[in-house]
Design a protein around this ligand. Structure first.
Ligand code: ATP
Length: 721
């Protein structure tokens, strides 16, 4: 025990804060000695309200909250006073008992109550209000709680956080201990929230041999999954073995052997192409093979026998629009109902939306059932606005039908296809292989599909390079829209986007639509960006119309620091303002926040942006354009500040004004497709803040990291074995 440490005993009154990603807790206890309340903070197993604890630590002064107790350790002691037992029994931990019943039990058994519940539960039947059913509930929840505590203690004594105990018991019940010791890597597949790293930590703590086959086989699959996180669908075997050896600290020859075993047992699958063996997970392999099969079948569909005379239709349509369609636009409309699948690609302002509108009108005239969709909520929303018809995210269109293991399944699939004759997908550059596979799976054999997007944008966040691969394969008809039509508002942005795409520096204008503000150091650059943000939202009167973009999270001009600065500048701390602290982020009412992952239950999706309109002790309320959503406890992890976001996260969104950091310390990320994507997010104004060197790099660097995929080869039906 440290010098000034002391031990206090008391019962837990309430849990004030629980960190979502660590064991850090703040809670209040009533001290036995003097009956006063005290706030405890520290790391450890979450106690239960009503539970008695022995806490070791020392008193500290918190500048805002006053005297508190900083704990180094606490342990549970069963309540020993009648009052404590009543509180414990009527806490939420023990099912089916309210304060009145708890009082009646304690009136009869006094301080013996806990022993009776554990050892002679039948005696409880004499209490009024306890029948067999209630007794079973009571003893079961008491027993469950005890098991959770015991398992948590076992984990803790092995240096692993006890917070996994509840989940492990939920999945494995009585077998939890067995799994921990003998088959820990099952947890990766079977327990939500436990990935390889945690399972590995547990396995090693519980004494698994680091070179055991079980560990290395699980590790190999983990490394493969991890590599797919950077966009690869498959990985060359040598690279996989090499990387796994480094991560798992094992020899390459051993891993090679384990890889061969995993291939033989069908856990992993390979394809040989161009002298290289590529390794796939089973799912990725199925997705690539099946997506290719569907696409090939669609290219073989016979042209639709249209009842409308397309040329006549186009003539009338052009009269209505009061402009003449360009040749490639006409070609796109003509081909749309001839082929089973086609791609329409073009940069900003080249008329993609116009062509979607035209095709919809023609298809409607033909009596076709049309469905519109896009990979993200924002893209779907824009498609709805520009077409005046319902457009959904692909997820929504397919109907999320839960999970099998960690894989999502959908209501619409080969057995239950979408009731559509034509599906139009917009912003298809963001479509990853997994979603493409599910979409193709859900189309009736007679259904046609039109993929619309800008092939020069950043590729999808998820694995694959679907749009590129389809275009590269040359088996699907592709119409490239090249004429730029948008001239008026935002015209400079459009022409600059096309310049950037051709590797030329954009034309900048002081105070105009496309500005470049040169900085000398990044610290003052970040301050300038935060001031510009404040100034621009004042002008537009809408904080959602102005977006700061940065290529990275880190560094002075990275998303994290910019968010902090902009928040200070526009929504700083104030005594009357409610705050919610999550890790190092303080959320305040009025903050602009972003949802970080798809949450189907709440109906909010990765990249959705909203505003905090209320904060309660353990809850944040966010207003999104479509609905209000509340985040409680751990759920707060799903949101982050969104004054600044990465360019990747901005894909599919459009803003009135984009302010972009373009600085030397982000050199590694500065690539043409990233810069092009950032610039094309803006409709009216772009303000670049950075250096000429970074600007040049962003335009000139076309070295995009290669993604391993064999979709194009499969579409060309090349030999793969
Ligand atoms: N053939 C044409 N002649 C004249 N104007 C056209 C023609 N085609 C489209 N336009 C107009 O050009 C503008 C840009 O077209 P549209 O919005 O369809 O392009 P887009 O490729 O969808 O652009 P973005 O990707 O930036 O949204 C619109 O105002 C549209 O009405």
């Amino acid at each position: 025990m440290m010098e000034n440490e002391e031990i206090i005993r008391g019962s837990v009154e309430s849990i004030i804060f629980q960190a979502p990603d660590s064991d850090f807790l703040i809670f209040r206890i009533r001290i036995d000695e003097n009956d006063s309340n005290l706030t405890i903070m520290g790391k450890g197993l979450k106690p239960l309200v009503g539970e008695r604890l022995e806490v070791k630590g020392c008193y500290v002064m918190h500048k805002r909250y006053g005297r508190q107790f900083s704990a180094s350790f606490w342990q549970r002691i069963l309540p020993d006073t009648e009052e404590g037992i009543i509180r414990f029994l009527s806490s939420r931990t023990v099912n089916g008992i309210g304060p009145a019943l708890a009082q009646r039990i304690v009136d009869v058994f006094g301080k013996e109550t806990i022993r009776i519940i554990e050892q002679e539960p039948q005696k409880l039947l004499q209490i009024e209000g306890i029948g067999n059913k209630k007794l079973a509930m009571l003893t079961e929840s008491f027993y469950e709680e005890k098991k959770v505590n015991e398992l948590a203690l076992a984990l803790e004594t092995h240096g692993v956080s006890g917070r996994f105990a509840g989940r492990l018991l939920q999945v494995y019940g009585e077998e939890a201990n067995y799994v921990l010791i003998h088959e820990p890597y099952r947890m990766v597949r079977e327990v939500e929230g436990i990935g390889f790293k945690t399972a590995d930590q547990i396995a090693l703590a519980f004494g698994i041999n680091p070179l055991s086959e079980e560990r290395l086989a699980a590790g190999l699959i983990y490394v493969l999954y991890d590599m797919t996180q950077s966009g690869h669908v498959c990985v060359p075997d040598n690279e996989l073995v090499h990387r796994s050896a480094a991560i798992l600290r094992a020899e390459e020859v051993v891993l090679r052997e384990i890889l061969n075993n995993s291939i033989q047992t069908g856990q992993l699958i390979t394809a040989y192409y161009g002298g290289v063996t590529y390794v796939y997970t089973e799912e990725a392999y199925t997705e690539e093979v099946e997506a290719a099969r569907h696409i090939i079948e669609m290219t073989e569909m016979t042209p639709l026998q249209t009842t409308s005379h397309v040329a006549l239709f186009l003539e009338r349509w052009q009269q209505d629009c009061k402009f003449k369609l360009a040749d490639e636009q006409i070609q796109a409309v003509e081909q749309s109902l001839e082929t089973g699948i086609m791609v329409i690609t073009g940069g900003p302002g080249t008329g993609k939306t116009t062509i979607i509108q035209t095709i919809i009108r023609l298809a409607e005239q033909e009596g076709l059932r049309i469905m519109l969709c896009a990979p993200t909520g924002r893209a779907a929303k824009r498609l709805t606005e520009t077409t005046n018809r319902e457009a959904l995210t692909i997820h929504r269109l397919l109907g999320p039908g839960g999970y099998v293991g960690t894989k999502q399944i959908f209501d619409h699939n080969e057995a239950n296809p979408l009731p559509a004759d034509l599906v139009i997908v917009d912003e298809v550059s963001m479509l990853d292989l997994e979603l493409m596979y599910h979409l193709m799976n859900a189309l009736r054999p007679e259904c046609r599909c039109i993929l619309v997007g800008d092939a020069d944008q950043l590729p999808s966040v998820g694995a694959g390079a679907v749009l590129h691969d389809i275009i590269r394969s040359e088996v699907v008809p592709v119409v490239r829209l090249q004429t730029v039509f948008r001239q008026k508002d935002g015209g400079r942005i459009v022409t600059n986007a096309h310049l950037i795409n051709r590797g030329r520096l954009p034309v900048v204008d002081i105070g105009g639509e496309f500005q470049f503000l040169e900085i000398t150091d990044e610290e003052s650059g970040a301050v300038l960006i935060s001031k510009l943000y404040a100034q621009e939202i004042k002008q537009t009167g809408d904080k959602f119309s102005v977006q700061v973009l940065s290529p990275m999270y880190r560094q002075e001009c990275g998303v994290d620091h910019l968010n902090q600065l902009i928040q200070e500048q526009t929504n700083g701390a104030a005594p009357e303002k409610q705050e919610y602290k999550n890790g190092i982020i303080f959320f305040r009412v009025g903050d602009k926040v972003m949802q970080k992952k798809n949450d189907y239950d709440k109906g909010v999706f990765n990249g959705d942006i909203g505003e905090i309109y209320a904060i309660q002790q353990d809850m944040i309320h966010v207003r999104y354009p479509e609905q209000d959503v509340k985040y409680e406890g751990r759920e707060v992890e799903e949101i982050t500040l969104a004054y600044a976001v990465t360019v990747h996260k901005s894909q599919g969104s459009e803003y009135h004004t984009v302010i972009m950091a373009l600085v030397n310390s982000h050199a590694i990320m500065l690539q043409r497709n990233l810069f092009y994507t950032a610039v094309t997010r803006a409709k009216r104004k772009v303000i670049l803040v950075g250096t000429k060197k970074a600007l040049r790099l962003a335009v000139e660097n076309v070295r995009t990291s290669r993604r391993f995929t064999l979709l194009a080869q499969r579409l060309r039906e090349e030999e793969l074995c």
